[in-house]
Ligand binder design. Structure first.
Ligand code: G
Ligand code: G
Ligand code: MN
Ligand code: NA
Length: 254
């Protein structure tokens, strides 16, 4: 009850912020996308991890205003960046399974795009396969409607689940995000690179944008480059940044 009240207050008092982490083309150094990541600083609890916040919000109906806030804030920010002369790249917003399964998801997204004035082609929704498992029919319909709107869908944490391979075939993803565990496990052993290499080739054979996550070292970057991975996201290039710092970084790179 207390936490629920705090969450209500957080929404009212504007205690949430978004941080932004760029995705980068390995060869050109150009920024190719930016992921919005939720942050909540509470006066008594301090920084609340987003997974905990989302889990808590999902136990109540507060997940709906939280997802609306995230989407709206990310869209408004991207509109501002585009106005400031930023290059053409998408902003990505994460959706938890329950957020993805809201019955009015598509109309909520459509309304938010209209209200904020963001061209739908600049929005990418990031989901994990758990969002699909629960109800494939619902997911297929949502994919169809989002694509008609012009919104893309990215498969997050690729390689960690059970059904990703069949989902690549069944669902029209735009981007594949290789989970950071595969990148961080890289020890230059043949079997480590074999898995990564197969995942990258698989994504490319489906004509997907492939982004390797959690890149922290130059050695990891070099291996990924050799494996023909085009895009990376991770602390090596930039941590998730607060708005002002993200703006500076993004504008420097356009
Ligand atoms: O940013 P960080 O590494 O702390 O994120 C931890 C987890 O929380 C990641 O799995 C990330 O996808 C998730 N997350 C971050 N922001 C959001 C958000 O706005 N909505 C949802 N549903 N998940 C988020
Ligand atoms: O589950 P998801 O892929 O959305 O989680 C993204 C989160 O991973 C980001 O919120 C960020 O905090 C974290 N992250 C991003 N880059 C790195 C990295 O290079 N190393 C580690 N350990 N975490 C990262
Ligand atoms: Mn993500
Ligand atoms: Na991920």
């Amino acid at each position: 009850i207390k936490l629920e009240n705090w969450l209500h207050q957080a929404i009212k008092k504007n205690e949430f912020t978004l941080h932004y982490q760029p995705q980068v083309n390995i060869l050109t150094g150009e920024i190719t996308g930016v992921e919005a990541l939720l942050r909540w600083y509470h006066s008594e609890m301090g920084q609340v991890p987003p997974t905990q916040l989302i889990t808590l919000a999902e136990q109540t109906d507060l997940i709906i205003p939280v997802s609306q806030w995230v989407l709206r804030t990310a869209c408004l920010q991207h509109v501002a960046w585009l106005k400031a002369g930023l290059k053409d790249f998408p902003i990505t917003v994460n959706l938890s399974p329950r957020q993805f399964q809201q019955p009015n998801l598509v109309s909520m997204i459509k309304k938010t795009l209209e209200e904020t004035g963001l061209d739908p082609h600049y929005l990418e929704i990031e989901i994990t396969e758990t969002s699909i498992i629960h109800d494939e029919k619902f997911a297929a319909q949502a994919f169809h409607e989002l694509r008609s709107l012009g919104v893309s869908i990215s498969l997050d944490d690729f390689g960690t689940g059970y059904s990703s391979l069949s989902y690549l075939q069944k669902f029209p993803f735009h981007t594949l995000k290789i989970d950071q565990t595969f990148v961080q496990a890289l020890q230059n052993l043949p079997q480590d690179t074999a898995i990564l290499s197969a995942m990258i080739m698989l994504g490319r054979s489906f004509n997907l944008r492939v982004v390797a996550e959690g890149v922290e070292t130059l050695q990891q970057l070099e291996i990924l480059e050799k494996l023909n991975c085009k895009e990376v996201q991770g602390f090596l290039f930039s941590r998730p940044l607060k708005t002002e710092d993200a703006t500076q970084l993004l504008l420097q790179h356009c």
